[in-house]
Ligand binder design. Structure first.
Ligand code: URA
Length: 214
């Protein structure tokens, strides 16, 4: 439940604030991604969770369904959460950009990284989500999310697994699915181990946050 202070301060609940933001996103035309999207992908999960997961942006499956991290990326996320006894309903999941960035290649639309201007145009929505949810912990999934949320010079191979203070919120980044799948052999095993280690550290903070709430 929102504290009385929260409600008295802005006159609306987290759910109401998020619903309004989501409505704004659904009709947003602040960048060209609006022209090619099927659905906007706002975010899902528990708006009262201490833990917010932030990915890069919707892919094909997310664009088709309007939900973040579905399909194969979603399966990996579910497996990661399950390993620490969490489900999607225990966390809040969103992305840096809310529309799919894609480019046509050989008659097919292929995902591409969002451009700086697209990330900037979308940033007020992410900020709004952070202000509404007030997470205590943020886990960025992949370098692009970490560059937006933690530090523009973030280097995923060097800086992942470390805690950063982002406006009073503990933030960490780990590898995303695309990065993990680019590895093979021993590198793949080592990368998976690192993701596992990062998620354990995040879960320890999640447990502390939950204990702190009594
Ligand atoms: N799916 C998402 O919603 N975000 C990502 O960053 C990757 C896959």
């Amino acid at each position: 439940m929102d504290s009385l202070f929260d409600s008295a301060q802005n006159g609306e609940s987290r759910e109401e604030r998020l619903a309004e933001l989501s409505r704004q996103v659904s009709v947003c035309t602040k960048c060209d991604l609006a022209m090619s999207r099927t659905n906007t992908v706002f975010g899902t999960g528990d708006p009262h969770s201490p833990l917010m997961l932030i990915g890069e942006g919707p892919g094909e499956n997310e664009d088709a369904t309007g939900l973040p991290f579905v399909g194969r990326a979603g399966k990996l996320l579910d497996d990661i959460l399950k390993a620490v006894d969490l489900t999607r309903n225990d966390v809040y999941i969103t992305n840096v950009v809310k529309c799919r960035a894609a480019v046509e290649e050989g008659g097919r639309m292929k995902n591409r990284p969002p451009k700086t201007g697209e990330i900037k145009a979308c940033n007020p929505y992410l900020q709004g989500q952070k202000e509404a949810i007030k997470p205590e912990i943020i886990l960025c999934l992949g370098g692009p999310a970490a560059k937006t949320v933690i530090d523009k010079d973030f280097r995923i191979t060097k800086d992942r697994g470390k805690w950063y203070d982002v406006d009073g919120v503990k933030a960490m980044a780990t590898f995303n699915r695309a990065y993990v799948l680019r590895q093979s052999g021993d590198d793949l095993q080592q990368t998976k181990r690192l993701v596992w280690k990062d998620v354990q550290a995040v879960y320890a903070e999640y447990q502390k946050a939950m204990e702190g709430r009594g």
